[in-house]
Ligand binder design. Structure first.
Ligand code: ADP
Ligand code: ZN
Length: 210
């Protein structure tokens, strides 16, 4: 089973990806993580990507599509892949259809007002755990592994505004693309706990696997 996770920044894609990976063993491929690793490593791709990411814009399609294509065509995906952060516009969705088969698009829907607060209050750990300042009670280290928490460089109010605008204009139409193919499943990601959101996704994936 190959799936695409769709949702605005802060919708909870990373959190649900961890749950899905844990239960279904799908290979998690997150383009944002790939770009951040390249920035950290000082690679040419990282240098190019940084200016776009800092501005809340999309990294050019040629670069992004090539990275994903290489990963899917030349790398192992085992039981299937779960794309997180790709496709981020209709062009990328069309390209993806040329080199891989998507079975289902899980669209996590969250109100815009909530997203701003979630992203600006988000704190991360390099182990993959994420937290929100409102529940940290001032803690600065990860409850799971003890490492120091940090804030993503693009999780600031200015960049978040641009990221949400980019999402509205370019990424939201991707839902229609998959709806037209009969592959769209939309889940409310704004009112329940992460576990409740996962329960809804789980029942859809289980239906698909039957
Ligand atoms: P979020 O969903 O929280 O905005 P990501 O980690 O998915 O964060 O992406 C961070 C940034 O990386 C994006 O704002 C964008 O600049 C870049 N990026 C990630 N995926 C893509 C993509 N498929 N196409 C173009 N740019 C991308
Ligand atoms: Zn941790």
């Amino acid at each position: 089973m190959n799936i695409v996770l769709l949702g605005a920044p802060g919708a909870g894609k990373g959190t649900q990806a961890a749950f899905i990976q844990n239960k279904y063993g799908l290979t998690h491929i997150a383009t944002g993580d790939i770009f951040r690793a390249n920035i950290k490593g000082g690679t040419p791709i990282g240098k190019l990507a940084k200016s776009y990411i800092d501005a809340g814009k999309l990294v050019p399609d040629e670069v992004t599509c090539e990275i994903v294509k290489d990963r899917l065509v030349n790398g192992e995906v085992g039981k299937g892949f779960m794309l997180d952060g790709f496709p981020r516009n209709v062009f990328q969705a069309e390209e993806l259809d040329k080199f891989a088969k998507v079975d289902l698009c899980v669209n996590i829907d969250v109100d815009k007002a909530l997203l701003m607060d979630r992203i600006c209050g988000r704190r991360m750990c390099s182990c993959g755990a994420t937290y929100h300042v409102s529940t940290l009670n001032g803690a600065t280290t990860c409850a799971k592994c003890g490492q120091p928490l940090y804030q993503r460089a693009d999780d600031n109010p200015e960049t978040v505004g641009a990221r949400l605008d980019t999402y509205e204009a370019q990424t939201a139409p991707v839902a229609n693309y998959y709806r037209a193919q009969g592959k769209l499943f939309t889940v409310d990601g704004g009112s329940g706990t992460p576990e409740q959101v996962f329960a809804a996704i789980e029942s859809e994936l289980d239906k698909y696997l039957k």
